[in-house]
Design a protein around this ligand. Structure first.
Ligand code: NAI
Length: 248
Protein backbone atom coordinates (compact mmCIF):
# COMPACT_ATOMS: atom_id res chain seq x y z
CA UNK A 1 0.00 0.00 0.00
CA UNK A 2 1.36 3.42 -0.95
CA UNK A 3 1.03 5.78 2.01
CA UNK A 4 1.06 9.48 1.10
CA UNK A 5 0.09 10.72 4.56
CA UNK A 6 1.56 14.17 5.16
CA UNK A 7 2.28 14.72 1.47
CA UNK A 8 0.85 17.57 -0.60
CA UNK A 9 -0.02 16.89 -4.24
CA UNK A 10 -1.15 19.18 -7.03
CA UNK A 11 -3.04 17.56 -9.88
CA UNK A 12 -3.50 19.70 -12.99
CA UNK A 13 -6.56 19.13 -15.11
CA UNK A 14 -8.12 17.62 -11.98
CA UNK A 15 -11.61 18.76 -12.89
CA UNK A 16 -12.20 15.88 -15.30
CA UNK A 17 -11.12 12.49 -16.59
CA UNK A 18 -7.70 11.14 -15.63
CA UNK A 19 -6.85 14.08 -13.37
CA UNK A 20 -10.06 13.71 -11.42
CA UNK A 21 -9.46 9.99 -10.90
CA UNK A 22 -5.84 10.51 -9.87
CA UNK A 23 -6.79 13.29 -7.43
CA UNK A 24 -9.14 10.85 -5.70
CA UNK A 25 -6.57 8.04 -5.69
CA UNK A 26 -3.76 10.19 -4.26
CA UNK A 27 -6.19 11.67 -1.74
CA UNK A 28 -7.34 8.24 -0.60
CA UNK A 29 -3.66 7.35 -0.08
CA UNK A 30 -3.43 10.24 2.40
CA UNK A 31 -2.18 13.23 0.38
CA UNK A 32 -3.73 16.69 0.60
CA UNK A 33 -4.76 17.66 -2.93
CA UNK A 34 -4.57 20.92 -4.85
CA UNK A 35 -7.31 20.43 -7.43
CA UNK A 36 -6.11 22.65 -10.27
CA UNK A 37 -8.15 23.29 -13.39
CA UNK A 38 -9.00 26.23 -15.61
CA UNK A 39 -12.67 25.30 -15.22
CA UNK A 40 -13.71 26.69 -11.84
CA UNK A 41 -16.98 24.78 -11.58
CA UNK A 42 -15.41 21.38 -12.19
CA UNK A 43 -12.41 22.08 -9.90
CA UNK A 44 -14.76 23.12 -7.11
CA UNK A 45 -17.02 20.09 -7.65
CA UNK A 46 -14.06 17.68 -7.46
CA UNK A 47 -12.63 19.40 -4.38
CA UNK A 48 -16.05 19.23 -2.69
CA UNK A 49 -16.32 15.53 -3.55
CA UNK A 50 -12.87 14.81 -2.09
CA UNK A 51 -13.61 16.84 1.04
CA UNK A 52 -16.86 14.91 1.52
CA UNK A 53 -14.75 11.73 1.51
CA UNK A 54 -12.52 13.07 4.29
CA UNK A 55 -9.66 14.13 1.99
CA UNK A 56 -7.98 17.53 2.41
CA UNK A 57 -8.62 19.30 -0.89
CA UNK A 58 -8.51 22.82 -2.27
CA UNK A 59 -9.81 23.94 -5.67
CA UNK A 60 -7.43 26.32 -7.45
CA UNK A 61 -8.18 27.90 -10.81
CA UNK A 62 -5.41 28.54 -13.32
CA UNK A 63 -4.43 28.15 -16.93
CA UNK A 64 -1.47 25.78 -16.66
CA UNK A 65 0.55 27.75 -19.22
CA UNK A 66 0.12 31.13 -17.47
CA UNK A 67 3.01 31.84 -15.09
CA UNK A 68 1.20 34.37 -12.89
CA UNK A 69 -1.94 32.24 -12.54
CA UNK A 70 0.03 29.07 -11.78
CA UNK A 71 2.26 30.75 -9.20
CA UNK A 72 -0.79 32.29 -7.49
CA UNK A 73 -2.60 28.94 -7.47
CA UNK A 74 0.40 27.05 -6.09
CA UNK A 75 0.87 29.71 -3.40
CA UNK A 76 -2.70 29.06 -2.24
CA UNK A 77 -2.01 25.32 -2.00
CA UNK A 78 1.20 25.94 -0.04
CA UNK A 79 -0.60 28.33 2.32
CA UNK A 80 -3.35 25.76 2.93
CA UNK A 81 -1.36 22.53 3.20
CA UNK A 82 2.40 23.26 3.04
CA UNK A 83 5.09 22.83 0.41
CA UNK A 84 4.14 20.76 -2.66
CA UNK A 85 5.67 17.25 -2.70
CA UNK A 86 3.97 15.74 -5.76
CA UNK A 87 3.07 17.40 -9.05
CA UNK A 88 0.98 15.54 -11.61
CA UNK A 89 1.30 17.54 -14.85
CA UNK A 90 -1.77 16.19 -16.55
CA UNK A 91 -3.92 19.00 -18.00
CA UNK A 92 -4.06 18.73 -21.76
CA UNK A 93 -6.12 19.31 -24.85
CA UNK A 94 -6.72 17.25 -27.92
CA UNK A 95 -8.23 17.85 -31.34
CA UNK A 96 -7.86 16.54 -34.82
CA UNK A 97 -6.95 18.37 -38.04
CA UNK A 98 -4.58 17.48 -40.85
CA UNK A 99 -1.39 19.53 -40.88
CA UNK A 100 -2.09 20.99 -44.29
CA UNK A 101 -5.26 22.59 -42.90
CA UNK A 102 -3.89 23.50 -39.45
CA UNK A 103 -3.90 27.16 -38.46
CA UNK A 104 -1.08 28.73 -36.46
CA UNK A 105 -3.57 29.35 -33.66
CA UNK A 106 -4.44 25.64 -33.35
CA UNK A 107 -0.76 24.65 -33.42
CA UNK A 108 0.27 27.31 -30.89
CA UNK A 109 -2.52 26.52 -28.43
CA UNK A 110 -1.61 22.82 -28.45
CA UNK A 111 2.04 23.60 -27.69
CA UNK A 112 1.06 26.13 -25.04
CA UNK A 113 -1.34 23.90 -23.10
CA UNK A 114 0.35 20.51 -23.50
CA UNK A 115 4.04 21.48 -23.36
CA UNK A 116 4.69 25.02 -22.09
CA UNK A 117 2.54 24.01 -19.09
CA UNK A 118 5.17 21.49 -17.95
CA UNK A 119 7.83 24.18 -17.97
CA UNK A 120 5.61 26.66 -16.10
CA UNK A 121 4.20 24.29 -13.47
CA UNK A 122 7.36 22.28 -12.83
CA UNK A 123 9.63 25.30 -12.51
CA UNK A 124 7.24 26.67 -9.89
CA UNK A 125 7.43 23.60 -7.60
CA UNK A 126 11.10 22.64 -7.89
CA UNK A 127 12.55 25.14 -5.36
CA UNK A 128 10.26 23.77 -2.62
CA UNK A 129 11.05 20.15 -3.49
CA UNK A 130 14.78 20.90 -3.49
CA UNK A 131 14.49 22.46 -0.03
CA UNK A 132 12.81 19.28 1.21
CA UNK A 133 15.14 16.93 -0.65
CA UNK A 134 12.11 14.94 -1.86
CA UNK A 135 9.73 15.34 -4.75
CA UNK A 136 7.74 13.59 -7.43
CA UNK A 137 7.00 15.02 -10.88
CA UNK A 138 4.74 12.85 -13.01
CA UNK A 139 3.84 13.95 -16.54
CA UNK A 140 1.05 12.71 -18.76
CA UNK A 141 2.33 11.85 -22.22
CA UNK A 142 0.42 9.50 -24.54
CA UNK A 143 1.08 6.34 -26.51
CA UNK A 144 0.73 8.60 -29.54
CA UNK A 145 4.13 10.05 -28.60
CA UNK A 146 5.58 6.77 -29.85
CA UNK A 147 3.33 5.72 -32.70
CA UNK A 148 1.85 8.98 -34.00
CA UNK A 149 -1.75 9.41 -35.10
CA UNK A 150 -3.27 10.88 -38.25
CA UNK A 151 -4.66 14.38 -37.86
CA UNK A 152 -2.72 14.83 -34.64
CA UNK A 153 0.72 16.06 -35.64
CA UNK A 154 0.50 18.91 -33.12
CA UNK A 155 -0.73 16.67 -30.29
CA UNK A 156 1.84 13.95 -30.96
CA UNK A 157 4.62 16.54 -31.14
CA UNK A 158 3.68 17.82 -27.68
CA UNK A 159 3.48 14.35 -26.17
CA UNK A 160 6.86 13.36 -27.61
CA UNK A 161 8.09 16.63 -26.12
CA UNK A 162 6.72 15.55 -22.73
CA UNK A 163 8.99 12.50 -22.88
CA UNK A 164 12.04 14.59 -23.75
CA UNK A 165 11.22 17.02 -20.94
CA UNK A 166 10.82 14.11 -18.53
CA UNK A 167 14.14 12.48 -19.35
CA UNK A 168 16.20 15.68 -19.39
CA UNK A 169 14.79 16.99 -16.11
CA UNK A 170 15.20 13.58 -14.48
CA UNK A 171 18.98 13.98 -14.82
CA UNK A 172 18.90 17.48 -13.37
CA UNK A 173 17.03 16.80 -10.14
CA UNK A 174 17.57 13.17 -9.12
CA UNK A 175 20.47 14.34 -6.96
CA UNK A 176 17.94 16.40 -4.97
CA UNK A 177 15.77 13.37 -4.21
CA UNK A 178 13.25 14.33 -6.89
CA UNK A 179 12.10 11.79 -9.46
CA UNK A 180 10.62 12.78 -12.82
CA UNK A 181 8.63 10.23 -14.77
CA UNK A 182 5.83 10.01 -17.29
CA UNK A 183 2.83 7.90 -18.10
CA UNK A 184 1.71 7.20 -21.65
CA UNK A 185 -1.92 6.12 -21.65
CA UNK A 186 -3.55 4.56 -24.65
CA UNK A 187 -7.18 5.41 -25.40
CA UNK A 188 -8.93 6.14 -22.11
CA UNK A 189 -12.65 6.75 -21.76
CA UNK A 190 -12.82 10.38 -20.59
CA UNK A 191 -14.59 13.51 -21.89
CA UNK A 192 -11.58 14.23 -24.15
CA UNK A 193 -12.84 11.35 -26.30
CA UNK A 194 -15.82 13.51 -27.29
CA UNK A 195 -13.45 15.97 -28.99
CA UNK A 196 -12.42 13.30 -31.49
CA UNK A 197 -14.31 12.26 -34.65
CA UNK A 198 -16.51 9.16 -34.04
CA UNK A 199 -14.87 7.31 -36.94
CA UNK A 200 -11.46 7.94 -35.33
CA UNK A 201 -12.73 6.48 -32.04
CA UNK A 202 -14.17 3.42 -33.83
CA UNK A 203 -10.92 2.78 -35.69
CA UNK A 204 -8.97 3.17 -32.45
CA UNK A 205 -11.04 0.51 -30.69
CA UNK A 206 -10.66 -1.86 -33.63
CA UNK A 207 -6.92 -1.25 -33.80
CA UNK A 208 -6.21 -1.76 -30.10
CA UNK A 209 -5.50 -5.40 -29.14
CA UNK A 210 -7.70 -5.26 -26.04
CA UNK A 211 -10.49 -3.82 -28.26
CA UNK A 212 -11.83 -1.27 -25.83
CA UNK A 213 -10.92 2.06 -24.28
CA UNK A 214 -9.30 1.90 -20.87
CA UNK A 215 -10.77 3.44 -17.75
CA UNK A 216 -9.41 6.12 -15.45
CA UNK A 217 -9.21 3.44 -12.74
CA UNK A 218 -6.73 1.61 -14.97
CA UNK A 219 -4.47 4.68 -15.08
CA UNK A 220 -4.53 6.01 -11.52
CA UNK A 221 -2.73 3.10 -9.76
CA UNK A 222 0.38 3.68 -11.89
CA UNK A 223 0.47 7.36 -10.94
CA UNK A 224 0.10 6.34 -7.30
CA UNK A 225 3.07 3.98 -7.65
CA UNK A 226 5.24 6.73 -9.13
CA UNK A 227 4.09 9.19 -6.44
CA UNK A 228 5.12 7.05 -3.48
CA UNK A 229 8.35 5.74 -2.00
CA UNK A 230 7.76 2.45 -3.88
CA UNK A 231 8.38 4.34 -7.12
CA UNK A 232 11.76 5.70 -6.03
CA UNK A 233 13.80 3.71 -8.58
CA UNK A 234 11.85 4.99 -11.59
CA UNK A 235 13.93 7.85 -12.99
CA UNK A 236 13.04 9.36 -16.37
CA UNK A 237 10.83 6.38 -17.10
CA UNK A 238 7.58 6.24 -19.01
CA UNK A 239 5.00 3.66 -17.97
CA UNK A 240 2.56 2.64 -20.67
CA UNK A 241 -1.00 1.55 -19.90
CA UNK A 242 -2.51 1.20 -23.34
CA UNK A 243 -4.30 -2.10 -23.91
CA UNK A 244 -1.53 -3.13 -26.29
CA UNK A 245 -1.97 -0.12 -28.57
CA UNK A 246 1.78 0.38 -28.38
CA UNK A 247 3.84 -2.49 -26.97
CA UNK A 248 7.23 -1.49 -25.60
P1 NAI B 1 -10.27 15.70 -20.00
O1 NAI B 1 -10.66 16.62 -21.11
O2 NAI B 1 -11.29 14.79 -19.41
O3 NAI B 1 -9.61 16.53 -18.83
C1 NAI B 1 -8.66 17.52 -19.07
C2 NAI B 1 -8.80 18.58 -18.00
O4 NAI B 1 -7.75 19.55 -18.22
C3 NAI B 1 -10.14 19.35 -18.06
O5 NAI B 1 -10.71 19.43 -16.77
C4 NAI B 1 -9.74 20.73 -18.57
O6 NAI B 1 -10.55 21.78 -18.07
C5 NAI B 1 -8.30 20.83 -18.07
N1 NAI B 1 -7.53 21.79 -18.86
C6 NAI B 1 -7.43 21.84 -20.21
N2 NAI B 1 -6.65 22.86 -20.56
C7 NAI B 1 -6.27 23.47 -19.41
C8 NAI B 1 -5.47 24.61 -19.13
N3 NAI B 1 -4.92 25.35 -20.11
N4 NAI B 1 -5.26 24.95 -17.83
C9 NAI B 1 -5.81 24.22 -16.84
N5 NAI B 1 -6.61 23.16 -17.05
C10 NAI B 1 -6.82 22.79 -18.32
O7 NAI B 1 -9.04 14.85 -20.58
P2 NAI B 1 -8.32 13.49 -20.09
O8 NAI B 1 -8.67 12.43 -21.05
O9 NAI B 1 -8.53 13.29 -18.65
O10 NAI B 1 -6.81 13.89 -20.39
C11 NAI B 1 -5.88 14.19 -19.39
C12 NAI B 1 -4.50 14.07 -19.98
O11 NAI B 1 -4.31 12.74 -20.46
C13 NAI B 1 -4.24 15.00 -21.17
O12 NAI B 1 -2.92 15.50 -21.09
C14 NAI B 1 -4.37 14.08 -22.36
O13 NAI B 1 -3.63 14.52 -23.48
C15 NAI B 1 -3.82 12.80 -21.79
N6 NAI B 1 -4.20 11.58 -22.47
C16 NAI B 1 -5.50 11.22 -22.56
C17 NAI B 1 -5.85 10.08 -23.25
C18 NAI B 1 -7.25 9.65 -23.39
O14 NAI B 1 -7.52 8.76 -24.24
N7 NAI B 1 -8.21 10.19 -22.63
C19 NAI B 1 -4.82 9.21 -23.86
C20 NAI B 1 -3.48 9.68 -23.67
C21 NAI B 1 -3.19 10.83 -23.00
Amino acid sequence: MTDLSGKVAVVTGAGSGIGKGVALTLGRAGAAIGVLDRNRASAEAVAADLTAQGIKALAVVADVADVAMVEAAFAKVVAAFGEIDILFNNAGIDNSVDLVDMSEAVWDEMIRVNLRSLFVCTRAVLPGMKRKGWGRIINTASQSAYKGAPGMVHYCATKAGVLGFTRALAYEVIGDGITVNAIAPGPIDTPIKDTLPPEWVKAKVEGTPIRRFGTVDEVAPTVLLLAGDGGAYYVGACLNMNGGDHMA
